[in-house]
Design a protein around this ligand. Structure first.
Ligand code: ADP
Ligand code: AMP
Length: 214
C-alpha cells in the first residue's frame, strides 16, 4: 500500500518523509529529487526540466508521469511514499491509472499544513549537502560546523529555487494547481488526513507515525 505525503514546498515533506520511510520500510519517491538527479546527470529530461524548475513552475505532466512510471516499474516490490507528487489533477489521474495497471493501491494521503510566511522563512534558510543530500536549516537545524555536512563533511549549498521571489511563485503555483488535488482525493476512497506542520519536527513526526500505524 502506497502513501502520498502532500503539502506546499517547504512544509517538511522531505524531512518527515525520510524518517517515515525508514520507520515503515517505505521507499520515498520525490519527483523533485529525481528531477535534480536528472539535472546533475545532464540527461535530456533534466535539461528540459531545468527552465521550469528555475522559474518555480511545474514540469509538464507527461514528463513527470513517465519518470514516475519508470521508477515504479523498476522497483515493483517497493512500497512508495510519494513526496511532491502528484501536483496536478492530471498527475493524480495518471497515478490512479498507473496504480491500477501495476495492481497497486494507495492507503492514505497525509497533508502537512504550513502557512506561507513560515514557508518563506524556512526556505530562505534551507541548505543541503551537495554530496549526500542531507537537509539542514540555518535557523532551526544548523550543521555542527558552518557550511559542512554533519554526515559526510560535504559542502552545504542553497537551492537556486529557494530565493524568496521564486518561493513566492512556487507558493502561488501550489495554491492554483496543487491544492485542488485534495478535492480530487476528498471524493474517496482514501483517507485524507491533515497534520499541523508548524510544530517542531518531532511533534509532527509523532502525528504522522500514529496515522500510518493506524
Ligand atoms: P519540503 O520537502 O516539503 O520542501 P523540507 O523537509 O526540505 O521541505 O523542509 C524545508 C526546510 O524547513 C528545511 O530547511 C528543514 O530543515 C526545515 N524544517 C522542516 N520541518 C521543520 C519543522 N517542523 N520546523 C522547523 N523547520 C523545519
Ligand atoms: P520540490 O523538490 O518538490 O520542491 O520540487 C522542485 C521543483 O521541481 C518544482 O518547483 C517543480 O519545478 C519541479 N517538480 C517537482 N515535482 C514535480 C511534479 N510532481 N510536477 C511538476 N513539477 C515538479
Amino acid at each position: 500500500m502506497d502513501v502520498i505525503l502532500f503539502g506546499p514546498p517547504g512544509a517538511g515533506k522531505g524531512t518527515q518523509g525520510d524518517r517515515l520511510a525508514e520507520r515503515f520500510g517505505l521507499e520515498r519517491l520525490s519527483t523533485g529529487d529525481l528531477l535534480r538527479e536528472h539535472r546533475r546527470n545532464g540527461t535530456p529530461l533534466g535539461r528540459e526540466a531545468q527552465r521550469y524548475m528555475d522559474a518555480g513552475e511545474l514540469v509538464p505532466d507527461a514528463v513527470i508521469l513517465g519518470m514516475v512510471e519508470d521508477v515504479m516499474t523498476a522497483r515493483s516490490r517497493a512500497r512508495f511514499l510519494f513526496d511532491g507528487f502528484p501536483r496536478t489533477r492530471a498527475q493524480a489521474e495518471g497515478l490512479a491509472a498507473l496504480l491500477e495497471r501495476l495492481n497497486r493501491k494507495l492507503s492514505a494521503v497525509l497533508v502537512l499544513d504550513v502557512d506561507d510566511e513560515t514557508i518563506v522563512e524556512r526556505l530562505s534558510s534551507r541548505v543541503f549537502c551537495g554530496n549526500c543530500g542531507a537537509v539542514y536549516n540555518l535557523r532551526t537545524d544548523p550543521p555542527a560546523a558552518p557550511g559542512r555536512c554533519n554526515v559526510c563533511g560535504g559542502r552545504l549549498e542553497q537551492r537556486s529555487d529557494d530565493r524568496e521571489e521564486t518561493v513566492r511563485n512556487r507558493l502561488a503555483v501550489y495554491r492554483r494547481e496543487t491544492a485542488p488535488v485534495l478535492d480530487y482525493y476528498g471524493q474517496g476512497p482514501f483517507t485524507v488526513v491533515h497534520v499541523n506542520g508548524e510544530r517542531p519536527v518531532e511533534d509532527v513526526q509523532a502525528d504522522l507515525v500514529a496515522q500510518l500505524a493506524a
